[in-house]
Design a protein around this ligand. Structure first.
Ligand code: DC
Length: 228
């Protein structure tokens, strides 16, 4: 039987990871958080004391990292080391767009993502999943939400995690605006909605509402295929 792939794209804080996790759990699919992979490269760049100008070294590094996720997709392993907490540090938020705009890094990570999605049912979230990583995904979703709502969600998330570097709501909001700008204006695989993606504005919806909508879309698709 053919494997199913659900691609979920959208800007930071649109609710992608919560929704993707919930769908993966309900359907028994693997959740793959591609943002965590770009964060992982950024974390290792900092840990190895590389400068963000050392493009060649960063590209080389991205090629050699072995990425793995726990079964439920919530833990990430870089070269077999659990780095789930480390990649959420606010320093990573500031630098990750620099790493994510290097085309060769993207190529390396896209290959790793396609390999992770081969031979199993997946829900993958990111910025370029429907457009580049899984262009033939069975279902493509593009999530959006207002900047204020997205900033509030990220702020609450950071507070809950009791991150040691406390940031203000305004700093989170500015970081989101800047990342939106960098993610959507970069030359390599910018954040754009795939032509065949369903757009869902999540501003006034709970993550469970959104997950229900996506599962309904998938079920409708399956009915359509059976009727053909
Ligand atoms: O979803 P996130 O905030 O964890 O993503 C971290 C960064 O990685 C974000 O600034 C955009 C980038 N990213 C990307 O360029 N392509 C992806 N498929 C996923 C994330």
């Amino acid at each position: 039987m053919k494997n199913i792939a659900i691609a979920i794209d959208g800007p930071a804080g649109a609710g992608k990871s919560t929704v993707a996790k919930s769908i993966a759990e309900r359907l028994g699919y693997l959740y793959i958080d591609t943002g965590a992979m770009y964060r992982g490269v950024t974390f290792l760049v900092i840990e190895k004391d590389l400068s963000f100008d050392q493009k060649k070294e960063i590209i080389k590094l991205s090629e050699t990292i072995e990425f793995e996720f726990s079964k439920d997709g919530t833990e990430i392993y870089l070269n077999r080391r659990n780095c789930t907490k480390e990649i959420r540090d606010p320093r990573i938020n500031e630098k990750v767009s620099i790493v994510a705009k290097i085309p060769e890094v993207r190529n390396n990570l896209v290959k790793a993502q396609q390999k992770l999605a081969a031979d199993r049912d997946v829900v993958m979230d990111g910025r370029d999943i429907g457009t580049h990583v899984l262009p033939d995904a069975d279902l493509k979703i593009f999530l959006t939400a207002s900047v204020d709502e997205r900033a509030m969600r990220r702020f609450k998330e950071l507070k809950e995690k009791k991150s040691k570097d406390q940031v203000t709501l305004n700093e989170v909001r500015n970081n989101i605006i800047e990342r939106d700008r960098l993610d959507s204006t970069r030359v390599a695989a910018p954040l754009v909605k795939a032509k065949d993606a369903y757009e869902i504005n999540t501003t006034n919806l709970t993550s469970e509402n959104v997950a229900d909508k996506i599962i309904n879309l998938l079920n409708n698709l399956n009915c359509g295929n059976q009727n053909q």
